[in-house]
Ligand binder design. Structure first.
Ligand SMILES: C[S@@+](CC[C@H](N)C(=O)[O-])C[C@H]1O[C@@H](n2cnc3c(N)ncnc32)[C@H](O)[C@@H]1O
Length: 294
């Protein structure tokens, strides 16, 4: 949960950033093992449940995952799946498989992370049939591009790239048929905080310039989201989002583990937010491109 300071541009610093991928996945693995939400695929990336995490951390991840999923699913539904998703700094995220199981697959789902993280992810996919089968099932030809640093199928693409190098990122994504004309949902879950403000600004700016109908969803500390070239931007802190989640489910997860100090959770959640920015040339509709449970 804890966000770290941006690192300077050295190999050691980049290695430290890459380890945050394991932090996020092990926390999600633990929370799902406790029943906070279901994720049958994360076990193939993180085998062991690992050390116990404090209840406020588990609740924080619950709010983060539910909040991000809610906005993502609303966008895909609004576009009737005729859209693409780009998860920036995806790490070992399992959203592709969840969307496939829920019949909510966009036309193509892209992920970007450092090449070494991508290599690990691809290795797991190659060696674990529950991960590879859905990719093969959604692919129309026999040949599927799969090498150490990239995977490209009809519906799922994983690209190894540095998000701070915009021209190479743009070139790689276009090589794998990124389509600027499609409604596009960009996600960054705890990623921009590891870059300098000017690097994250360049990335957000690139997204605004590249797509005419798009939404950018960003999870992290409130003050970091930049409105560069987006028509609308909004943010809600995670305490507010927690209070807006379906309260039956919140009551269910609150019974999973006893939390003595409610204030601790409140303080923690108030530090983080989900921000989203939109551009809506195709008129998908702003009302549904916001955080609202109906
Ligand atoms: C805290 S993890 C979050 C992973 C995933 N989004 C999640 O929430 O489970 C941050 C991820 O961003 C990736 N990342 C950070 N800076 C990056 C950069 N400049 N280029 C590519 N990936 C980067 C890291 O490698 C890591 O996988």
């Amino acid at each position: 949960m804890a966000a770290r300071q941006p690192f300077t541009d050295t190999d050691t610093a980049d290695e430290a950033v890459r380890t945050t991928c394991d932090d996020a996945s092990t926390c999600k693995r633990f929370a799902t093992s406790k029943g906070y939400w279901k994720d049958p695929y994360i076990q193939y990336f993180v085998r062991s449940v690992g050390e116990r995490k404090a209840p406020e951390i588990n609740r924080g991840y619950y709010a983060r995952v539910q909040g991000m999923n809610h906005l993502l699913d609303a966008f895909i539904r609004k576009a009737e799946c005729d859209c693409q998703v780009i998860n920036l700094g995806a790490g070992l995220d399992t959203t592709f498989w969840r969307l496939k199981d829920q019949n909510l697959m966009p036309r193509k789902f892209f992920e970007v992370d450092f090449p070494t993280i991508v290599a690990r992810k691809i290795h797991n996919i190659k060696t674990k049939p529950p991960l590879s089968k859905p990719i093969i099932e959604t692919h129309s030809t026999d040949s599927l591009l799969l090498d150490a640093h990239s995977l490209d199928s009809d519906r799922y693409c994983i690209v190894g790239a540095d998000l701070r190098d915009i021209s190479s990122l743009d070139e790689k994504l276009k090589k794998f048929q990124l389509n600027p004309e499609l409604p596009t949902l960009l996600l960054s879950e705890c990623v921009l905080v590891y870059m300098t403000p000017s690097q994250s600004s360049n990335l957000v700016h690139w997204a605004a310039e590249t797509f005419h109908t798009a939404m950018f969803i960003n999870y992290e500390q409130k003050e970091r989201f930049l409105k560069t070239s987006w028509e609308n931007a909004d943010a809600l802190d995670m305490m507010t989002i927690y209070s807006m989640l379906p309260q039956e489910d919140v009551a269910r997860i609150e019974r999973l583990e006893f939390l003595d100090e409610k204030e601790l959770l409140q303080q923690l959640l108030q530090h983080y937010s989900i921000c989203w920015a939109t551009k809506d040339k195709l008129n998908l509709g702003k009302t549904t491109l916001c955080f609202r449970y109906t």
